[in-house]
Design a protein around this ligand. Structure first.
Ligand SMILES: C[S@@+](CC[C@H](N)C(=O)[O-])C[C@H]1O[C@@H](n2cnc3c(N)ncnc32)[C@H](O)[C@@H]1O
Length: 325
């Protein structure tokens, strides 16, 4: 399913990634209450609504996605509702609407094609635009981070969130450049990074990892993910399904560690966690033992799907011990 943009959005379409795999793991059934924490252009939400007579609560932090969601509300009267906010606050957001429990939660992380492809949003180093990267379109932008963060902190963030081994060089160059004039555009930053990072043989643009680090930082994407997993543990009914599609090794690792911990399959957990914790029954059982990747065919038809990894788990009936999580 390709989701068309509004007529005013000349930018791009969003092709949902791993859609049939996500739907299979989510297993929507008539009467189910489902949560789509990353509405985007509604590719997942609409597939769930069309698959069974479900009620879908969708969340997105991007005002443009929410505007799109309000159009979809008209197509599925009484069965679909879009909420503006962060999935890291889903428990609170949904509770404000009387929703305390759900049969399924899906998160399709990262940014949508309309966000990446619109140079005015500042996510991409391919076009010229303001150095922005804010999904919410409010709060500090990437330019604020690049122009104000201390050089060492900048190097650390590019190293940890971008897994960029030339992070110190990049931070030094940013320091030198901004001392003369502020760095305000995507091209300015991309050219600066390219001037100090050698091209790799795999053809990946040297600016890729720095842009990724800044985007993750500006939107606190890993913090959001961790909070949403913990919320999902509270919200899902026994038998409820959690499906997460990630596009970044740090995100996938976060999901893998959380699910293995909660399913008590992690060797690390059994060796190091206090006995009191180990005795608590698993709150999830894994649906996918390994991450599910897109097929060659999907990678060919939608190159943006290449790095996608899907993990899914089912909530058990174990209660959470209040105060421990
Ligand atoms: C990859 S797109 C989802 C695409 C969607 N599955 C579809 O098929 O159209 C990710 C969406 O999640 C939103 N998003 C990312 N992080 C978020 C967060 N912490 N809270 C709410 N929405 C978030 C982005 O604004 C974007 O619209």
């Amino acid at each position: 399913m390709i989701v068309k943009p509004f007529s005013s959005e000349s930018v791009s379409l969003h092709i949902p990634v791993l859609l049939s795999e996500a739907l299979k793991a989510l297993d929507p059934r008539d009467g189910d209450v489902m949560i789509d924490g990353t509405f985007g252009r509604g590719g997942y939400a609409r597939a769930i609504l069309d698959h069974a007579k479900t009620c879908v609560w969708a969340i997105d932090r991007d005002p443009e996605a929410v505007r799109y969601g309000h159009e979809i509300e008209k197509l599925y009267l009484g069965r679909f509702k879009i909420l503006k906010g962060r999935f890291g606050q889903m428990k609170e957001l949904l509770s404000a609407h009387g929703v305390e429990q759900a049969d399924g939660i899906v998160l399709d992380l990262g940014v949508s094609s309309p966000q990446i492809d619109d140079p005015a949003r500042g996510f991409s180093f391919r076009g010229e635009g303001p150095l922005d990267m804010r999904m919410e379109q409010e709060g500090p932008a990437a330019a604020d981070v690049v122009n104000t963060l201390e050089e060492k902190a900048l190097a650390d963030l590019i190293y940890t969130l971008g897994e960029e081994r030339f992070s110190r060089r990049i931070a030094r160059k940013i320091g030198e450049t901004r001392a003369k004039r502020p760095i305000t555009t995507t091209q300015q930053l991309a050219d600066l990074v390219r001037s100090v990072v050698p091209r790799s043989k795999d053809g990946i643009d040297p600016a890729t990892r720095t842009f990724q680090a800044l985007r993750l930082y500006v939107n606190d994407e890993l913090g959001e993910l961790q909070r949403s997993l913990e919320d999902a543990e509270h919200i899902l009914k026994p038998g409820g399904r959690l499906v997460v599609v990630s596009f970044h090794s740090l995100e996938d690792r976060c999901v893998k560690i959380f699910l293995r911990d909660r399913a008590r399959t992690s060797a690390l957990i059994s060796r190091h966690v206090p006995p009191r914790e180990i005795r608590q029954a698993p709150t999830f059982e894994l649906i996918t033992r390994r991450a599910v990747c897109p097929s060659l065919e999907e990678c060919r038809s939608n190159p943006r799907s290449r790095s996608a990894r899907l993990r899914a788990a089912r909530r058990t009936s174990a209660c959470l011990v209040i105060g421990e999580r």
